[in-house]
Ligand binder design. Sequence first.
Ligand code: AMP
Ligand code: FE
Ligand code: FE
Ligand code: ZN
Length: 273
Amino acid sequence: MRVDLHSHTTFSDGTLEPEELVATAHKLGITHLAVSDHDSTGGLDTAREKAAGLNMTIIPAIEINTRESLPIHILGYFIEDKNETFQKILNHHREIREKRAEMILEKLSRMGIKISLSDFGTRLGGAAIGRPHIADKLRERGVVFSRQEAFDKFLARGKPAYVLYEGPSPKDAIEAILAAKGVPVVAHPGYSVTHDMLLDLVKLGLQGVEVYYPSHNPDQIGNFLDFTKKNDLVATGGSDYHGPGSGHEKMGEIDVPEIVLENLMERKQKLFG
Ligand code: AMP
Ligand code: FE
Ligand code: FE
Ligand code: ZN
């Protein structure tokens, strides 16, 4: 058994279709994979179908980005992805994302780079657009060589085409996940989440912390693990794989202890029966 609890498909900013993602995970020996697209569960059914033929298990998941200036990303595990209220909320987030994308494209246009929302194809309906998609277009146009360069020159906070994401608050994100009987877990806290922010999230109903993550060093892993023990939280972990060419390509390169998945399932059971 090998576990990876964080990955993306073309239903958000991953570069692989759900079936390709599952096939890639299989090749790397992963047996239990959480598909956790940003604000979309559209890839889950295809992923589950593909996984069934490979004797793999898909954990239904979501990643919801919040609107803080230091963004907090909340993962939700074992969400009931057919829940109508939950789907309405995700749909609303995707609409906010599209409006934000239009504002970013407007800024690029004033810099002489003409990209329109219709250039992103017909997938948009059930899929969440994000800055990485715009980065890919900038690469296709030869403006930059990589997603990273697009963020560094145009799209990151403080850069000329940046637009703040006016998405949900951390409270809204955690409540939406709990209402869909999911287990809310803060993603990759090592990027920007302080100890005080973590304590606030716990008060809002947070159930876990993504401890094992490619960019977390051993000190961070130790500290976050301590935090989960002191606050009765589960520790989780995953690669945050976004597919070839994405710059987030470390699937199979981190070890997530098996016990993590057992504890997560136990927490789901304890919360929702
Ligand atoms: P968005 O959802 O549009 O705000 O984009 C967030 C996604 O963009 C994250 O999940 C990462 O995949 C990627 N990202 C965010 N900030 C950066 C950065 N500074 N450099 C590279 N990728 C980034
Ligand atoms: Fe992403
Ligand atoms: Fe994230
Ligand atoms: Zn992610």
